[in-house]
Design a protein around this ligand. Structure first.
Ligand code: ATR
Length: 267
């Protein structure tokens, strides 16, 4: 059976093996997919990846905190991994070289457009946050021909830097007033500690979709708040998680899984 794995620290909580098992069942084939805990160091990560591919591994996912190390380690990069500055998918090529890709942004877009059925074409999209998670979604969002993409961050300088790379608009949270947006994507890590973001409540009113890359057992505080403030629809990041996995699976195995039943099963 073909061997796959996810490298992370921590990794015990990862749902990736379950998700990929369901994709394999859809494809009607057997795969092995393991969680690999690695010490939080560049050397330990490199050694673990080399070991895995030397002993028959075919592909791997990379999660926190190793996406940057994976970016530096691979022999070649996809355009979107280059744009994201991070690698979450490793693919062993036939010539023995290791290719790095990033499926996070496509995972989000496939969830929004394919699963939630919200078109991004001609829409105004507001991305909150300017870290690695935000960087990874900009190019896939732009590929859906939105009218405008705005990146806003608590620290404005980081938004300006990111916006320059992608030729989009930057704003500080404090200036998010009197603007009308259709879709808001929370790419900050602010939901992790349960804090609300310091953005004007009025930006949520009448939005078609507010999306949080985070997810949990319950709706995130950010999404509850967005709904109270008048968002028409809210969605958490479980669909993105399944979506990025589906794109990795496609890259490895040439089969595009249906994400909807897998998202439903994971709830
Ligand atoms: P990631 O890889 O998850 O994007 P990161 O690169 O450390 O992590 O970026 C974290 C992002 O979350 C940043 O945009 C950060 O804002 P600052 O640049 O102003 O620090 C944002 N963030 C984290 N906690 C936040 C909070 N409580 N309120 C607002 N933004 C927050």
């Amino acid at each position: 059976t073909a061997q796959y794995a996810v490298f992370g620290n921590p990794i015990a909580h990862s749902k990736s093996p379950e998700i990929h098992a369901q994709f394999a069942a859809q494809q009607g084939e057997l795969i092995e997919y393991h969680k690999i805990l690695v010490d939080d160091s560049r050397d330990a990560f490199q050694a673990a990846v080399r070991d895995f591919f030397a002993s028959g591994g075919r592909g791997a996912n990379v999660t926190v905190p190793f996406k940057q190390y994976a970016f530096d380690l691979v022999d070649e990069l996809s355009e979107r991994a280059q744009a994201a500055g991070a690698v979450n998918t490793l693919i062993l090529l036939e010539n023995g070289k290791l290719r790095g890709d990033n499926t996070d942004g496509v995972g989000l877009v496939n969830d929004v457009v394919g699963n939630l059925k919200i078109s991004l074409q001609n829409k105004t999209i507001l991305i909150l946050g300017a870290g690695g998670a935000a960087r990874g979604v900009v190019m896939p969002i732009l590929s859906k021909q939105p009218e405008k993409v705005i990146i806003a961050n608590r620290t404005e300088s980081k938004a300006i830097e990111l916006a320059k790379q992608f030729k989009i608009q930057a704003m500080a949270f404090a200036d998010l007033r009197d603007i009308r947006v259709d879709v808001i994507v929370n790419a900050t890590s602010g939901s992790l500690n349960g804090h609300l973001l310091a953005v004007d409540d009025a930006i949520f009113a009448g939005t078609e979709l507010v999306y949080d890359m985070m997810y949990g057992r319950e709706l995130t505080k950010f999404l509850c708040h967005a709904r109270e403030c008048g968002a028409q629809q809210v969605a958490d990041g479980l669909g993105m998680l399944v979506g990025q996995a589906a794109e990795s699976f496609r890259l490895w195995r040439g089969f595009t899984p249906d994400i909807a039943p897998v998202i439903a099963a994971m709830r």
